[in-house]
Design a protein. Structure first.
Length: 541
């Protein structure tokens, strides 16, 4: 076999007394995809940053990182600046923060071309057009003058890939490139990366916590835990034999189904808890002239459904299909253009703010981002107790402390945690705390907006177990907004599939996902990563 593009041997990294990487070995050859897998905090991203030499000043590094035969740890900053973006590209996890919001997409792709190739503006723009067209953003539909905020999440990620690949690097590092994307966009981005590797004979390190994605994409896999390699080898062999206990643990967490008493027999509600009746939400079209506007945007278009007490219902669909807009109206944070929404008999779509207080007490929300859900300057007890202002009477301090402690215990945390700040908790713990805040008023309905998409597989399994227990013990009804069909299958009784503002298919979750009737549902299922299916496909090659 030819000399590897990247050869990491015995890489160890420490910041102060904290050892982050412990003797990591990793090789990548031209035209090869290597998956780097592990839970949050395992050292995946720090390994990538070590290759790029983008480490904190206090970092102490030993071992060897050789790129095309050159020792990167011995290279000075001038040499690394020549390599970054030219021979080594990197796709970061969050496309909105990876792009400069005040520069056009054309400027941002052309910047590296002009810097490394010393070409004029016209030639740089020609190369930029060709690269954006290659990643599926032709100038006829996506002019170079567009800004990042004018693009969807998947389109922004394509721009980031165009920047990283504009100079045909020998090595590309993709750090969780599809975490925030729906399954269809995820499949498109992964297909794009796969084609770029094949066409440019490029080496790719794919960093992910999703074993299904890595099993489908990677030729070889390296599994990290607490900075140390647990297992490495050919993807199919590692994932089928699962010799290391940690590999088995990750595989089991990827396909985890909670022990859920109410799964097969949901409680029978006397009447619907939530009724959405022919609801539409239209937004004014973009201005096309001084006195004219484009056609109105139909974000939600004639949606009707109901949720009974104690039932768990999934709302799935691609990004932009109207899920979040519908959720905002259910939570009475927005009013429908037409139709009506009733919660526990109250017409919440037509009530004023003061009249909504009883309904707000009975329904709460869990947001997607466990890091942005809390005020970093406030102690957790203060944040968890925020919904208590909706109580019918003012609680005394002892009563307030008792309610906070009870909510924390309910989600597997400790009462003493109320005195800590958000930064003292992991991502999974913060999501537990977000759920504690949602249940502290003992609501009847919780709207969970992508509550596990930002979590690694082990923590996701724990949070799904928690949702199942809350449904069993407290009889909570849930509306899960998700693009992850494995989550829908694991924790919901019924599923609704949404597309272009309409509900195109609905029914019992297992029946819909096992026997989809609508083309949109079939497309979502086909695009969803599946560990067992990916392993079988790889074994058949």
């Amino acid at each position: 076999m030819s000399e590897p593009v990247l050869d990491i041997e015995g890489l160890s990294l420490a910041i102060g007394r904290h050892r982050i990487l412990k003797g990591v070995d990793l090789t990548v050859h031209a035209g090869e995809i290597v998956g780097l897998v592990g839970e949050s905090g395992s050292g995946k991203s720090m390994t990538a940053h070590a290759v790029m030499r983008l480490l904190p000043h206090a970092a102490s590094v030993t071992g060897s990182i050789r790129f095309a035969g050159n020792d990167l740890l011995a290279a000075d900053e001038t040499r690394m600046c020549d390599l970054r973006g030219d021979e080594i590209g990197m796709v970061f996890q969050e496309p909105m923060t990876a792009l400069n919001p005040v520069k056009t997409i054309g400027e941002q792709v052309a910047e590296g071309i002009r810097l490394h190739r010393r070409v004029g503006r016209a030639e740089a723009e020609d190369r930029t057009r060709a690269m954006l067209d290659r990643v599926g953003l032709p100038e006829s539909r996506f002019p170079l003058s567009r800004y990042p905020h004018e693009l969807s999440g998947g389109q922004r990620q394509r721009v980031v890939i165009a920047i990283a690949c504009a100079l045909h690097p020998r090595l590309l590092i993709a750090d969780e490139p599809t975490t925030a994307l729906d399954v269809v966009l995820q499949a498109q981005i992964l297909d794009l990366l796969r084609s770029l590797v094949a066409e440019d004979d490029m080496g790719l390190i794919l960093i992910s916590h999703d074993l299904g994605v890595v099993a489908d994409m990677a030729d070889r896999i390296t599994i990290l835990r607490e900075g140390a390699v647990q297992e490495a080898g050919e993807t199919a062999k590692v994932l089928t034999e699962q010799r290391h206990p940690y590999t088995r643990q990750l595989a089991e967490a990827s396909t985890h189904v909670p022990a859920w008493s109410n799964a097969g027999t949901p409680p029978n509600g006397d009447r619907p808890l939530l009724e959405v009746i022919d609801v539409s939400r239209h937004f004014r079209g973009h201005r096309t002239g001084l006195f004219s506007r484009g056609e109105a945007v139909r974000a939600v278009d004639g949606v009707t459904f109901s949720i009974a007490s104690g039932h768990s219902v999934a709302l799935v669909g691609q990004s932009g299909c109207g899920k979040s807009t519908l959720a905002r109206m259910v939570l009475a944070l927005d009013k429908p253009t037409a139709g009506a929404i009733r919660f526990d008999g109250m017409p919440i779509s037509s009530l004023g703010e003061s009249a909504l207080q009883p309904a707000r007490r009975e329904m709460q929300v869990v947001f997607q981002d466990p890091y942005g859900s809390f005020d970093p300057r406030k102690k957790i007890g203060h944040s968890v107790a925020e919904p208590l202002h909706l109580s019918e009477r003012r609680l005394t301090r002892p009563e307030r402390r008792e309610r906070i402690a009870a909510a924390l215990l309910e989600v597997g945390m400790q009462p003493d945690d109320a005195r800590k700040y958000p930064h003292e908790f992991s991502g999974g713990q913060r999501q537990r705390l977000a759920i504690a805040r949602a249940i502290i008023t003992r609501p009847k309905l919780v709207v969970a907006d992508e509550p596990v998409s930002a979590l690694d597989v082990s923590i996701r399994a724990q949070i799904l177990d928690l949702f199942a227990r809350l449904n069993d013990d407290l009889g909570l009804a849930f509306l899960f907004i998700t693009h992850d069909l494995t989550v829908a299958r694991a924790i919901t009784h019924d599923v609704m599939v949404m597309d272009h503002g309409k509900i195109v298919e609905t029914g019992r979750t297992g029946e819909v996902l096992d026997n989809p009737q609508d083309e949109v549902t079939r497309r979502l299922i086909a695009a969803a990563p599946d560990l067992e299916r990916a392993i079988a496909k790889r074994m058949a090659r």
